[in-house]
Design a protein around this ligand. Structure first.
Ligand SMILES: NC(=O)C1=CN([C@@H]2O[C@H](COP(=O)(O)OP(=O)(O)OC[C@H]3O[C@@H](n4cnc5c(N)ncnc54)[C@H](O)[C@@H]3O)[C@@H](O)[C@H]2O)C=CC1
Ligand SMILES: O=C(O)[C@@H]1CCC=N1
Length: 269
């Protein structure tokens, strides 16, 4: 890829995206990474990217085509002004920050700046992320294509028109891996309580969740049908599901979980 990328923030999500990009079509030396955290910056440098602790250290001739903002939402107010000059050549701005609305970036970079708000998730680190993107209408078709290519390198991409949906996206797929990891933790702990050795219980929980996810994606059947396929009449699964699908079971709990995360995303905005 000939595009030059400026990645602002090389933390958990920044590193996850960077790994996918350089594994696929992005030349590491085309990426400049800014992060004051020396350890996180070292991860980017180890991949072959150019790293700086501050934007003032960036070579004056560097003109990024894409600026990816991967810092905490609470930091945006302080961080954005320091990148205004680097964005002045019409760079595409992509923010992955939860809650932070496109309007905040238009305020910082100009009302006609090309802004994309994207919500990835950490499975991007193994190129199985879910990334939902939403744009402000000023990005050119070439810029939309660059964003789509960058995000496709780290997972499955969906575009939405209504920015208001980004909070629910964040509550479902952005935060979702944590819910699934907790499910793995809970299943493994339950296996141990049922008498399994810890290592075996962890493997069973991880492989079962990963396998069910793969089957759900590969199959044309809805998840409800795949669930029924596991469930023999009066068998073990029916006994387990009677607990999980009870009135106060997983459904209402997940509904409350996603609603709480969605609400928090709105608050961060
Ligand atoms: N962790 C996740 O699963 C997801 C996170 N996000 C979003 O990604 C963003 C980053 O989150 P994480 O990677 O989890 O956080 P993190 O704390 O791991 O990474 C943030 C990085 O920003 C760096 N940073 C702080 N001030 C900076 C500055 N002035 N200039 C450049 N870098 C600076 C920090 O040193 C750190 O390395 C957040 O806005 C979050 O909402 C979005 C989707 C998923
Ligand atoms: O917890 C957070 O706020 C971020 C956004 C989505 C996942 N992690």
């Amino acid at each position: 890829m000939s595009s030059s990328i400026l990645l602002v923030g090389s933390g958990k999500m920044g590193q996850a995206m960077l790994g996918g990009w350089v594994d696929t079509f992005v030349t590491p030396s085309d990426v400049v990474v800014v992060d004051p955290n020396v350890e996180n910056l070292a991860v980017a440098k180890a991949l072959g990217c150019i790293g700086h602790q501050s934007p003032v250290d960036i070579d004056g001739s560097f003109q990024p085509e894409v600026i990816v903002l991967a810092v905490k939402p609470q930091m945006m107010v302080d961080v954005l002004p320091t990148f205004q000059t680097l964005a002045a050549n019409g760079a595409l701005i992509i923010s992955i920050a939860a809650g932070t609305g496109i309007a905040q970036f238009e305020t910082a970079f100009g009302a006609t700046a090309s802004i994309i708000r994207a919500m990835p998730n950490t499975p991007a680190a193994v190129r199985h992320g879910m990334i939902v993107c939403c744009q402000n209408g000023h990005a050119s078709s070439a810029q939309l294509e660059i964003c789509d290519k960058l995000m496709t390198a780290i997972g499955t991409v969906a575009w939405i028109d209504d920015e208001k949906l980004m909070d629910a996206v964040t509550g479902l797929s952005g935060s979702g891996p944590a819910y699934v990891f907790h499910m793995i933790e809970a299943m493994a702990a339950a296996g141990v309580r049922a008498g399994l050795p810890e290592d075996l219980a962890e493997t069973l929980a991880e492989v079962t969740v990963a396998g069910a996810g793969k089957l759900a994606i590969a199959s044309d059947e809805p998840a409800s049908k795949l669930r029924e396929n596991v469930t023999s009449p009066n068998g073990t699964t029916a006994a387990g599901l009677a607990v999980l699908m009870a009135e106060d079971g997983l459904g209402p709990l997940i509904e409350k979980t996603v609603a709480a995360a969605t609400k928090r995303s709105k608050e961060l905005g």
